[in-house]
Design a protein around this ligand. Structure first.
Ligand code: PLP
Length: 630
């Protein structure tokens, strides 16, 4: 387990148990020992065929743990509650979850349900997101905020105003100055008093990858000139009391509390200025940015880690707002945050399988038969290269060996291109050279493990922005891995590979695949935020199966409370405008026509036809991933 730094990035939810498997501690540090969930048992339950008591689902699968989600929310809330209490802060914390991080219905519904006791709300950034947030919050706490961010048109603003008619606490956050006229106009027409927020473009800039949102040239928010104009216009429209919230977002994965305090301090000054100008200010919304430690280093020196805990984050936010407001004698506002990554990253694990491993050639190289390379001795130039190589091997001169291997190989490749060497002869030379490399200890020990997954569908940030996630075998952790590997996915795309891992490693310690048919399961952790939302269908590999697993006090420590097979081939074909039903019919029609005209016996034709139709039917309805039944 230490090899994979599990205690660093996994605590308090993931650990290696005494059977060598990954265990989930669904309630974090409050989990009792008998409540641990053995992930391998979950995978077995999910993948075993139905007659054996399993659910018969195909991998890859996303396993969601709602208890982890609940624990994350409660930890965030109690971190702020503690900071508020210990600093004598004069208001409270009331967060929202940005649904863009994972819009899955059950994730959002769970958050609304678990957060209802402390008025936890949602943030939306588009029309479908506001629709889903409104419908989920109908079942939530009436005071919970529905923060409406993003670019807005008449329809979006109308929806947000309609939300207030439905007694939802919608706040329209102006991201662009032009949105104000629409808000003023539509709220009059719809006879709704809106609650308005504005997003400020802060000068504080976060320098990591995620910081491009921030700073004066950031993509979003209003400049100070625009804020002054917005205040003026609202005053003229007798709506300055409607301006109640100040929002900013300096970027995701804020690396340090120093930067955070700097940004929050700047925003708090702006907040106080808006109070001075007469706005009805009540809430400061510090956006997202609460980071998580993907590599377990807690260093904060890259996009992969942050140098603070949840408690330190809350403490810094509350302290910065409080100190500015106290200096300006401004009443402490409600503090809102839009943490997405920190809430949902831990709640799901992506499980996939390594199906085969291609050893580097050197590991396959056998002693080369003398007859196979006899031809080398028949060509003067090749013979010299061969003899030089032979002498270098005998001397144990590694440097010369490498040189002569290259030379001999190049000469033989030239010979092959000229048509002088056969493919068998070329293969013999390759074999000889690989054998030499192995003999002198210069062979590449890294194997390529083929994984039944699409990086583009399931880990898009790995491909898009080089984001790394902890990837670990979920079993055999009590056995020392005998190999090192890089992972190659199913897509026909050279970018579909994983050859960078946390800790700066270019390969992962892995166990040799069991030739006897034993399966080898790997887990990708901390990917609950953004990865599902951003994934595409490159090569038409669709979304994985999804199961929801809760801690249970029954005979097993867990219960699968929901199971959804992943997208079938028909589903992904439909997503790119094909019509699978028609495709099936036309292929079936062709089969009927051809199989009845073949002239075999009637029964034989019928059986073949039935087989063809059944095969087509299965192919449309199964997932596009490799079928790897044991
Ligand atoms: N709020 C806004 C406006 C954002 O743009 C984002 C993401 O970038 C978030 C909240 C969520 O940020 P995080 O996932 O860092 O908590």
């Amino acid at each position: 387990a230490a090899l994979y730094r599990i205690d660093g990035w996994g605590a308090p939810y993931f650990t290696a148990n005494t059977s060598g498997n990954i265990s989930i501690r669904p309630h974090g540090s409050n989990t009792l020992p008998h409540q641990d969930i053995d992930l391998l048992k979950v995978v077995k339950k999910v993948t075993d065929p139905k007659p054996l008591g399993g659910l018969g689902l195909q991998l890859p699968v996303i396993v969601r743990f709602p208890d982890v989600l609940k624990n994350r929310l409660e930890c965030l809330q109690s971190a702020f509650d503690f900071a508020v209490q210990s600093q004598g802060y004069g208001s409270h914390y009331q967060g929202v979850y940005p649904v863009k991080c994972n819009q899955d219905r059950f994730v959002v519904e769970d958050i609304v349900k678990f957060g209802s006791g402390f008025r936890f709300g949602l943030e939306a950034g588009s029309k479908p997101e506001i629709l889903l947030a409104m419908s989920c919050l109908v079942k939530g706490n009436r005071e919970a905020f529905l923060v409406c961010n993003g670019f807005k048109d008449v329809e979006y603003i109308s929806l947000a105003l309609l939300g207030r008619k439905l007694a939802l606490n919608t706040v329209i956050v102006l991201e662009q100055e032009e949105e104000l006229d629409l808000v003023i106009d539509l709220s009059r027409k719809m006879n709704v008093r809106p609650v308005i927020g504005l997003r400020a473009k802060l000068r504080t800039k976060h320098s990591g990858h995620f910081g491009s949102t921030s700073g004066e040239k950031g993509k979003f928010g209003l400049t100070s000139t625009q804020i002054v104009r917005v205040v003026r216009k609202l005053r003229e429209s007798c709506m300055l009391d409607c301006l109640q919230l100040l929002h900013f977002h300096i970027g995701s994965q804020i690396p340090s509390t120093a930067l955070l305090s700097d940004g929050v301090g700047e925003a708090a000054q702006l907040y106080c200025e808006l109070v001075r100008l007469g706005a009805g200010m009540k809430v400061i919304d510090v956006g997202g940015g609460l980071g998580i430690d993907y590599d377990g280093s807690k260093s904060g020196d890259s996009d992969l880690s942050v140098g603070y805990t949840l408690e330190e984050y809350a403490e810094a936010v509350v302290a910065s707002v409080r100190s500015v407001c106290d200096r300006r004698s401004v009443k402490h506002p409600v503090i809102c945050s839009e943490s997405g990554r920190a809430i949902v990253s831990h709640h799901s694990v992506l499980i996939f399988e390594a199906v085969s491993a291609a050893k580097p050639m050197a590991q396959e190289a056998h002693q080369v038969n003398h007859d196979d390379i006899q031809f080398l001795l028949e060509c003067d130039e090749a013979r010299v290269d061969y003899e030089d190589l032979y002498a270098a091997v005998m001397r144990g001169d590694q440097e010369s060996c490498l040189l002569y291997v290259d030379k001999l190989k190049q000469r033989c490749v030239d010979g092959f291109k000229e048509g002088v060497l056969s493919i068998e002869q070329l293969a013999s030379v390759d074999g000889l050279c690989e054998w030499v490399l192995k003999a002198i200890g210069a062979s590449d020990p890294v194997q390529t493990y083929n994984i039944n997954l699409s990086v583009f569908t399931s880990i898009p940030d790995l491909w898009g922005i080089d984001q790394l996630f902890p990837i670990v075998p979920i079993h055999k952790l009590d056995q020392r891995p005998g190999a090192r590997g890089v992972l190659s996915d199913l897509t026909c795309d050279s970018d579909g590979k994983i050859d960078k891992f946390i800790g700066g490693e270019s390969s992962l310690p892995l166990h040799e695949l069991d030739g006897g048919g034993g399966r080898y399961f790997l887990g990708m952790f901390l990917g609950g935020a953004y990865e599902e939302a951003l994934g595409g269908v490159h090569n038409l590999f669709g979304g994985p199966s999804v199961v929801r697993v809760s801690q249970s006090d029954g005979p097993h420590s867990f219960a699968v409370t929901r199971a959804m097979p992943g997208q079938s081939s028909a589903d992904v074909l439909r997503a790119v405008q094909h019509e699978p039903e028609m495709m099936f019919q036309s292929l079936k029609h062709r089969a009927e026509k051809l199989m009845h005209t073949k002239g075999g016996g009637e029964d034989e034709d019928d059986e073949e036809l039935n087989n063809v139709v059944a095969c087509l039917d299965r192919s449309f309805n199964n997932m596009p991933y490799l079928a790897t039944e044991p």
